[in-house]
Ligand binder design. Structure first.
Ligand code: FE2
Length: 211
């Protein structure tokens, strides 16, 4: 079963309506919306240049990758797991994208390194660990992981811009290994597309603005 783009947008609209109804602070919603919409456009553009990839599915996967992001604190569970559970009966591709988007190259760190991300829920961690063990990594998984890294609250960003922003915000140097895994993702898609993928997005960086 697969969602259409209209149905995926409806799911996002439902999340917005739910968050509004429960009184969540919606002043930052535009940031979330810019992030997911930019990630979706980035993924679709890259997929459209690669034979065998499905641009519409790439768009949907990236649009929904953070579908449970705003709800994770309330639920006390990692948003990748919540997203997977929300989507698995609607669109398996989108569900696995949500599940794996935080783990470049489908590499799950040791539990001790990411237990906070999992709200100390080892059962959820083991679910992802088994899922990765029992399924083959796909280009669609990798594309959502890359697109997520190339989209911030205002629109398209390069990996370099994103790293600079991160280190300024958190007053720490970005981890070298983290940069390397993302550079490897970019190089993988540069090669598949046949050019530096940044060249595909020179206009996009000025298209989204704060509202
Ligand atoms: Fe994201």
């Amino acid at each position: 079963m697969n969602l259409s783009i209209a149905e995926a947008n409806e799911i996002i609209a439902e999340v917005k309506a739910r968050d509004t109804a429960i009184g969540r602070d919606m002043s930052r919603w535009w940031m979330y919306e810019n992030h997911i919409q930019t990630a979706a456009r980035v993924a679709r553009t890259i997929a459209s240049k690669i034979k065998g990839m499905n641009p519409e599915q790439a768009y949907i996967n990236a649009l929904l990758h953070d579908v449970s992001r705003t709800n994770e604190r309330k639920e006390g569970r990692f948003h990748g797991i919540l997203g997977y559970e929300k989507l698995i009966n609607k669109d398996e591709n989108a569900a696995r994208s949500a599940l794996l988007h935080m783990f470049p190259w489908n590499n799950l760190p040791a539990y001790e390194q990411c237990s906070k991300m999992f709200f100390e829920n080892k059962k959820d961690y083991c679910f992802i660990q088994n899922y990765i063990k029992n399924t083959q990594m796909t280009d669609a998984d990798l594309l959502t992981q890359l697109a997520d890294s190339l989209a911030n609250k205002t629109g398209f960003v390069t990996l370099e811009q994103r790293a600079k922003e991160y280190s300024e915000r958190h007053k720490v140097a970005i981890c070298k290994e983290d940069m390397e895994v993302h550079y490897r993702l970019k190089a993988y898609f540069d090669k598949k597309v046949g050019c530096d993928i940044y060249n595909l997005f020179t206009k996009m960086s000025t298209q989204t603005k704060e509202r």
